[in-house]
Write a protein that binds this ligand. Structure first.
Ligand code: HEC
Length: 163
C-alpha cells in the first residue's frame, strides 16, 4: 500500500498534536472489536478510490455510526464471528455464505443477495424489509447520509475492491 509518509505524518500531526509524528499509529479502537489498524491517511486514500457518493462521505461519521453494529460484528480480516458474522470482504460476496461456519438464517441464505453498496444501503435502512425473517435484530437506520457514511467506512475497513 502506498502510504505517503510525509502526508501521513502531517495529517496525523494535525489530528494528534503531541503524539509521535514519525510513526503513524491507529489505535483509536479497542482490540476487542478487531478493527483494522488504518492510519487517517490510509483511510482518506482508500476513500478516494470509492465510487460516488461514497468517495465524498464523512468517514468519521461513518465510524461513529458503526458503534451501532460493533456489538455484533467485526470487520478485520480474520476477525471473530460474534452475534453477527465477521464482515471482511463482504462487498461482492453472496449473502449468508460467511466464513468460519457462521449460522445464518435460512431467509438470508435463500435471499440470493450479492452485497453491492446499494443492497447494503437497503439492508441497513431496514433489514427486515430487505430480508423478511432475517435474524439480524437491528431496527434500521433512517438517515440516508448516515447510511452513506457508514457504508463508506465499511468499504474502507472490509477490503472493498473497486471493479
Ligand atoms: C444485535 C446484533 C446485530 C447488530 C446490532 C447488527 N447486526 Fe448485522 N447481523 C447480525 C446477525 C445475527 C446476522 C445474520 C443474519 C441472518 O442470518 O439472517 C447479521 C448479518 C449482517 C450482514 C450480512 C452478512 C452476510 O455475510 O451476508 C451484514 C452486511 C450486516 N449484518 C451488517 C450490519 C451493519 C452494517 C450493522 C450496523 C448498522 C449491523 N449489521 C448490526 C447481527 C447484528
Amino acid at each position: 500500500m502506498r502510504l505517503g509518509p510525509i502526508l501521513a505524518a502531517t495529517a496525523l500531526a494535525a489530528l494528534t498534536a503531541g503524539c509521535n509524528r514519525s510513526q503513524p499509529t491507529a489505535t483509536a479502537n479497542p482490540p476487542a472489536v478487531a478493527t483494522p489498524a488504518l492510519s487517517e491517511e490510509e483511510k482518506h486514500e482508500a476513500l478516494e478510490h470509492l465510487p460516488a457518493p461514497y468517495k465524498t462521505a464523512d468517514i468519521a461519521n461513518g465510524e461513529a455510526k458503526f458503534a451501532l453494529c460493533q456489538s455484533c460484528h467485526t470487520l478485520a480480516s480474520g476477525g471473530a464471528n460474534m452475534t453477527g458474522p465477521n464482515l471482511y470482504g463482504i462487498f461482492g460476496a453472496k449473502a449468508g455464505e460467511g466464513r468460519d461456519g457462521f449460522k445464518f438464517s435460512d431467509a438470508l441464505k435463500a435471499s440470493g443477495i450479492v452485497w453491492t453498496p446499494e443492497k447494503m444501503d437497503a439492508w441497513i435502512a431496514k433489514p427486515q424489509d430487505l430480508v423478511p425473517g432475517s435474524k439480524m435484530t437491528f431496527a434500521g437506520m433512517k438517515d440516508a447520509k448516515d447510511r452513506t457514511d457508514l457504508i463508506a467506512y465499511l468499504m474502507v475497513q472490509t477490503g472493498y475492491k473497486p471493479e
